[in-house]
Structure formats: structure tokens, C-alpha cells
Design a protein around this ligand. Sequence first.
Ligand code: NAD
Length: 424
Amino acid sequence: MSFLKQINPFENALKQFDKAAEILQLDENQIAMIKEPRRITEVNLPVQMDDGSIRIFKGFRVQHSIIRGPAKGGIRFHPEVTVEEVKALAFWMTYKCAVVGVPFGGGKGGVVCDPSKLSRTELQNLARRYFAELSDMFGPDQDVPAPDVNTNPQIMSWMFDTYSMHKKRFIPAVITGKPLELGGSEGRTEATAQGMVYCVREAVDHLGFGLKGAKVAIQGFGNAGSHAAKLLSEDGAIIVAISDISGAYYNPEGIDIDAALETCRQNEVWTLEGLEKNTRVEKMDDPMKLLELDVDILIPAALENQITEANAPNVKAKLIAECANGPVTPEADEILEKKNVFIIPDILCNAGGVTVSYLEWVQNRMGYYWTKERVNEDLERIMVKAFDEVLETSKKYQVNMRIGAFILAIGRVTKAAELRGLYA
Ligand code: NAD
């Protein structure tokens, strides 16, 4: 296990919470109602493998909060996923939903597995078993999962089908991030990146530079990162570096993003492997050095704990847009603040995904579906409003954007908890 993984993401998340709670002068009772996860479930999932053997996979579902609405949050398939990581991700979901004002609480799921080593049948068996095992927790009014790292619309389809077969009804609102054919929303695939772009446009305006010609480095080239690269290049930004598990690729003149996307499509699994053969890029010796490049905008879009006290002093970007959840540690945050780096925090920056998930859930419940233009109009309105409110809050309390976002969100969750009162 790497050094980065040893940083406990839930402890980091609580540090962010504590700072904001102190500024808001929350009392012990208020904190007790909203800080710790409401429910943590761990399951052992027996799955029949192609060779006839049975393997046990560990799975988690954490419901951090159901105060403002049903728990909401993706399911991550990863060999190193831990319950602490899932707790942190569920916690961030509660506050992310509150920042953008969508009526959900926070949840997250994880399965310890390496999907690249599973056949399609094994993957399907695992996805169905996970959902079946936890099916009492899930439901359109209880807990509504979505995709996260290494899960996708196909996996959402299997999970939706498992639930609908159990209930003997067609219930698309139990999960979001589904394909269009099964009640998915237009615009959902690129929603996280699109929401981030709306925030970045506001941020560069605020900072006084334009997106056109701005140099950008992006870590991670999956759902969030690849769409981020495409959308920002369409806005005139120059994407000088991109990376994924296969390595980091650099061209100071700008990378041809269409060629990068084509490389991923041509590869058996979605990676940038071999990009240096298809277009003019240099493969960097140390992929982590991407984070230290001389760029205007840095977009971490892979995993948490990537910018730490070790590399934060070398970050040169003016603006960091956190597409990933928790990519900057609290120690790094302090260093970056002193360096005047403007950070659009994860709970605001990547909230486009959950916002369009909410719009998908609404459409499922109405049984009426909107155009992509309509979805993006709502997404832009919600993201721009949230950005402005976070900026205003951070100015009011003279804190950075992350603490501003937490103050705004914690205030909303606390208010909702007070209005509901405590059912004894
Ligand atoms: P994904 O699985 O589609 O992509 C992850 C990418 O990160 C892949 O390109 C992978 O190769 C790369 N990666 C993994 N380890 C890496 C490393 N050490 N260095 C460089 N690249 C590495 O996942 P995604 O959905 O794009 O999610 C990425 C991040 O964005 C996660 O933190 C996730 O929680 C967050 N996020 C995603 C969404 C969404 O809607 N997809 C919404 C909100 C937040």
C-alpha cells in the first residue's frame, strides 16, 4: 500500500468540517447530529467465478446523512477501497448536495475488487450480488447510488435490474447514471466535467484571466478527466498535460485531445497507453510531476490525497479545480493558501455529477424526459449560483473557498436538522 493511501481520508474530511463548525460556533448537540455517518454496512459477497470457484468480495455502503433527503452517492470498485475512504466520500456527498442545494443526503458505496481482472460475467455477478445484499437500504426515497471510480452505466443497469426484479416493478429512480435507454438523463455522462467548467469560468473571471489560451494540466483521464479535457479545449484552453494509470503525457504546445480520446477508444480498456505513438507528446518520467507543471489551471481528476505537504510547495498553478474528491490534504491546503492558489473545492467543483443525477431522479419520477439543452441550462444555473454563494460566504467569513463551502453547507444541514427535530 502506498504512502498516499495511508493518509486517512475520513480524518482529513473531519478536519475540514471542524474548522467550519468552529467558525459557525456550532454547539455539541448540533455537531452530534451532522458529523458522524448515520449507518455503516459491511457485507461479504460470495460470487461464482468463471472457473466454478466461489470468491468472497468485501463491500460497503455508508449512509452519512439522510437529513435533507435520501442518501446519495456513487459506488466505487477498487482493489484498495476501505471503509474509511467510503466514510469520507459519503461525508463529502452530504455537504456537496447541500452546497448545490439538491434535496439529498450523503452516501457512498465501495467494493474491494479489481474490475480489470474480472470477466464481464463475474463483474455482473458481483454488481448484482452487492445490490441484492443491500437492497433493503436502497430505494428512490431511501438511498440512491450512482457510478464512481470503475463503475459505469452498464453496472448501474445491472443494479437497477436486480432491484426492479426483486420489487417486481420498473423502478429507475433507485439509481442514477443509467444509460439513456433505461431512464438515464441527457448530459449525465459529462455532467461532472461540465459542472466543473461552469465553476472554472466563474473562477477565471474572478481571478481576472481568461480561459482562452490558459494552460491546463489534468490528472486522471476517466469520466471526469477526459470530459474535462474535451470541454476545456473547446473553450480555448491549452491542455498541456494529461495522465492516467498508464502514465503522464506532456506537450507544452497543447495535446490533441481528440487523438487522446481516440487512443483510449482503440485500447482494449480505456487508458492513454501508447498515446506517445499516436500524437506529439512526451511521456513524463514521473507522472506525479504533472501536478507541479507551470500551468494556469491544475485539475486533479483521479483519486484523493494527490497534493500533499510534500509536493504542494512545488505547485505552480494559479487555480486548482478539484474534479476528484479529496485530492488535496489539509496540510497541502494550508501551503497552497499561503501561496495564494485559488482552489475550487471538490464539494463545489465536482457537484455537477450529483446535480444531474438529481435531475435524472426527477425525470424518472415524472416519467418525462428533458433535452440536453434543458438539463445543461439547469446545471449551469445551479452551479453558477452555488459558486457565487460559496465565494460570497468565503468573503463574509474571510476564509478560503473550501471553508466557505463547508460553512454554507453545514449551515443548511444544521438548519434542516433543527427544523426536523429529534424523533425520540
Ligand atoms: P474513472 O474511473 O472514470 O477515472 C479515474 C481515472 O483516474 C482513470 O483515468 C485512471 O486511470 C486514473 N488514475 C487512477 N489512479 C491514478 C494515478 N495514480 N495517477 C493518475 N491517474 C490515475 O473515475 P471518475 O468517475 O472519472 O472519477 C475520478 C474522480 O472524480 C474520483 O475522485 C471521483 O470520486 C470523482 N468524481 C467523479 C464523478 C463522476 O460523475 N464520475 C462525480 C464526482 C466526483
